[in-house]
Each structure stands twice: as C-alpha cells, then as structure tokens.
Write a protein that binds this ligand. Structure first.
Ligand code: BGP
Length: 484
C-alpha cells in the first residue's frame, strides 16, 4: 500500500504556460514585435542552448525581422490565440483549479510605452480570463515571461534603462484596473534570477547598446530595475485590488555540494545566494547582507536610490513561487550534463531526462523546506515537469508512463513537504498542453497532458489529443492527491 498524502482542501492544482510559447498570432490584432519573435529554430540540438544564451545585437534583430525564409516557432506557438476555448475546456475536464498563463506586454502596448492600450489585446485576455472563470478556474497571471516589446529594446536597451520601470508599471496598472476582481494571483516576472545570465531573454538587452559597460554590469543593473518595478507593481496592485496577491518567482536550482569537502559545501551556499538573491529582495524588502560581496566579486556597482530602498521595503511580495525541474552540483570536478538554461555536473545517484536534466523528486522537497525556512510565506510551485519525446500512435494515443512517473514522484515529495509543515498552496506543472520549448524553440520536447499535432518545422493539424497522463492527473485532482 502506498502512502496517502493529505493536501489542503483548497489546494490549487493546475498547469502552466507562457504567451510567447503558446499563443502564436504574433502579427494579429495590433500586437507589436517582441524579443521572442527573433528566436530562430536551430536544427542542430548541440547549438541550441548556445544560440539562446548568446548576446543579441541590433543587427541580429533586424536580420531576424527581415528573414523571410527562417523558422521562428514562437511567432506561431500552438495557436492558443485561436484555440483558447477548446484548450480551456480540456483543462476544465481535467479538473484544473488554476491555470497559469502570461500576458504579452506588446499585445497591450505594441511599443512598450504607448500611452493608450491596444483594446484588442486587452479583450483577448479578458476573453481568456472569463472563459477560465466560467469553469471556476482561478487565473494565475505572469506579467512578464521571457518576452519584451522589441521597440523598447531598440529604443532604450530594455531593462538596462531605468525608464523601463515606468513603462512596466504603466503596463501593469492597465492590467490591474482591467482585471480587478477577476485575477487574484499575479506573478511579476518569470524566473527572475536568469537576468544576470541572459540579458536578452530575460531583459530585452542588446549587447551593442551597452557602451563601455560590461555585460555583467548591465545585466545586474537590469536586475535592480526589475526588482524596483516588481515592488512598484505590488504597491499598485494592493491599491487597485486589495484582495489580489503578488508573487515573486525564480527558477530554483538545487545545487548540492559535490562532496562533503567544506569548500564544496561553501560553493553550494554561494550557489544559493546567487539563486535566491532576487527573491530575498522581494520577500524580505531589502538586499541581503551577502549581496555586497557578490556584487564586488562580479565587479558590479548598482545605483540604488533611497526611493528604491523605500519602495522595496514597503512592498514585499505576498507569496513566493518557483519552477523546479532538476537539481545540480556545486563545486568539485566531473562530467557535465545539461540543465535548465545552464549545464551542471553529473550526480551519480540521479537519472536524466532525454535532454540531460537530472530528475530529482527529493530535491523538490529539499527546496520547499529551504524556501519556507527562509521566507515563511505561502509557496506556489508554478512549473515542474518532464520534457520528453512523445509518440502519437495511429489511433491518437500517447502512452506517457514516464511523465506520469515523474509527476507522481514529485507530487509525493510535495506531500512530504506538507507534512514537514511547508505551506504549499498550489502546483502548476509546466506546458500542460504541449507548446514550443523555451530553450530549444522546438516541439519535440513535450511536457503536456495534451498532445498538440505540430512538429519542429511547424507542420501539423494543431489537433489536440489526450495523453495517458491526462486521465491520471484528472484522477489526482479529483481525489485531491490522496490517490496518485
Ligand atoms: C522554464 C521557463 C519556461 C519553460 C520551461 C521548460 O525555464 O519558464 O518558459 O519553457 O523552463 O524549459 P524548456 O522549454 O527549455 O524545456
């Protein structure tokens, strides 16, 4: 008999997506270009991550926009824009209590800083939200998920410029006013910690506009601007819709010490510092004491004004959230394996996914405990899942027992963490309906309970088919996690 876990009665079971990987329709209804629209499909898997993390330039942006022959999968996603009713119906059938999606800034403000919003953009998201509410599905909305209005990158180098804080808060204010009373859970930025590594993906930064500043300096400056913007947005949300809550979010990378050698343990502590930095600021209201040394080690100096400190202090987040896919290793030597936007060293105790990410359910419990010990705030696990190659049979089935096993083992560990006393309020596995991969711009890497008929070249009927995991997750939700 397997152990029975007790999840809170109102536990928010659901799934997660992001506009740039899911929606498509990038040229429709007045939307402006975004940074995600320049992500070209790279046929060689070995070069994909490199391409994703390489600094972007104005020249490369222009080439992408003028490229008639190239394949840019994030421009078409899986066409949620035209399938949202059908898709939400499937989520409702699974019994979803919540659905995480993001709003594309350039659909609301095509140039990023327009005075007036694009009504067609707002209407689309209102339709999505109303459709969710029709089925009693709580919307969980990310305001900025790996896409940025391209016009603002070209005009003021994205988040490198302090003016972007005002543009963002104007955009957020429009959303809060329009969706007041309808959206209770908001997340300011997706995986905030990656801005220090990936200026273009997370911050719309163009390397040729950095002047004589180092890339690291510019990325950290952008990080500070995002932190202030997140705190200002929290303030606005609480003023406009006091019942709503703002979450902060990071990509949690649980990096174990390579050995019990004290230096390896210290490397793991430092890895936590780098990983938690932005959440520490948004949850605790100030830069942590270790930040001084971290900035010095990176040769970074930040312009933190007294007003910045005040807004951060007075507007901490209501809940914390994170993505969790894998664990890694800090310190030591050894063979490398791939991971979520960064590689890590191999852990001999763990198996890996088809993409080399180390599968570690217990690591999720470790992270949940660490995060709760650190912040004492409710925790929303807003991404988790297995990217795998699925096979659609002739009769439109997908037997994804590997995905069921991954999710089963992670949900068990959430159950364990609940028993540890951790306040977990919800769980939204990533890519609940198949979508374009963030790092690889490919369709082959699938996470969903629902299969979408589309290949890496963008060919396919876009028909949606239920995988075996669909019925399994439906049962998990129906029994509130007591039957896994
Ligand atoms: C996270 C992102 C998502 C997402 C997921 C899986 O980093 O927030 O946007 O796609 O990882 O990553 P990938 O699609 O690269 O497998």
């Amino acid at each position: 008999m397997s152990k029975v876990y007790r999840f809170p009665e109102n536990f928010l079971w659901g799934g997660a997506t992001a506009a740039n990987q899911f929606e498509g329709a990038t040229r429709e209804d007045g939307k402006g270009w975004t940074t995600a629209d320049t992500a070209k499909y790279e046929p060689d898997p070995k070069l994909r991550m490199q391409q994703m993390l390489a600094p972007m330039t104005t020249e490369k942006v222009e080439a992408a926009l003028n490229d008639q022959a190239g394949l840019y999968p994030k421009r078409y996603g899986v066409d949620f824009y035209h399938h949202y009713k059908e898709d939400i119906k499937l989520l409702a059938e699974m019994g979803f209590k919540t659905f995480r999606f993001s709003i594309s800034w350039a659909r609301i403000l095509p140039n990023g800083d327009d005075d007036e919003p694009n009504e067609q953009g707002l209407q689309f998201y209102e339709n999505v939200i109303d459709e969710l509410l029709k089925y009693n599905i709580e919307p969980l909305v990310t305001i900025s998920h790996y896409e940025f209005p391209l016009a603002l990158s070209l005009k003021q180098n994205g988040w490198a410029d302090r003016k972007t804080i005002a543009a963002f808060t104007h955009y957020a204010e429009i959303l809060f006013k329009r969706f007041k009373g309808k959206v209770k859970y908001w997340i300011s930025f997706n995986e905030m910690n990656f801005i220090t590594m990936t200026g273009y993906l997370a911050g719309g930064i163009l390397a040729d506009k950095n002047g004589d500043q180092s890339e690291t300096q510019v990325n950290y400056t952008a990080m500070h601007h995002q932190l202030v913007a997140a705190a200002q947005a929290t303030k606005l949300l609480h003023e406009i819709d006091p019942a709503a809550q703002m979450g902060s979010m990071i990509a949690r990378i649980e990096n174990y010490p390579a050995t019990s050698k004290p230096e390896d343990v210290m490397a793991s502590v430092e890895s936590d510092h780098a990983n938690f930095l932005m959440m520490d600021v948004l949850a605790n209201g100030e830069y942590p004491s270790y930040a001084k040394r971290l900035f010095a080690d990176n040769h970074v100096t930040l312009d933190i004004t007294p007003e910045d400190r005040q807004v951060l202090k007075e507007n901490t987040c209501d809940f914390v959230s994170f993505s969790y896919y894998m664990s890694g290793i800090a310190g030591g030597e050894g063979e490398e394996t791939a991971g979520n936007l960064m590689s890590t060293k191999k852990n001999p105790y763990l198996k890996t996914s088809d993409w080399g990410w180390q599968i570690d359910p217990v690591g999720l419990r470790v992270s949940l405990n660490k995060i709760y010990d650190r912040y004492h705030k409710p925790i929303f696990i807003v991404e988790n899942g297995l990217g795998a190659k699925d096979e659609l049979t002739a009769d439109h089935q997908v037997h994804d027992d590997y995905r069921i096993s991954y999710l089963h083992d992670h949900i068990e560990q959430i159950g364990e963490a609940l028993e540890d006393g951790v306040d977990v309020i919800g769980y939204t596995p990533w890519g609940c309906i198949d979508l374009v991969s963030a790092s690889g711009n490919e369709m082959s890497k699938r996470y969903g309970f629902v299969y979408v008929d589309q290949d890496d070249q963008g060919h396919g009927s876009l028909a949606r088919y239920k995988k075996d995991s669909f019925a399994w997750y439906q049962h998990v939700i129906a029994t509130n996690g007591t039957e896994l």
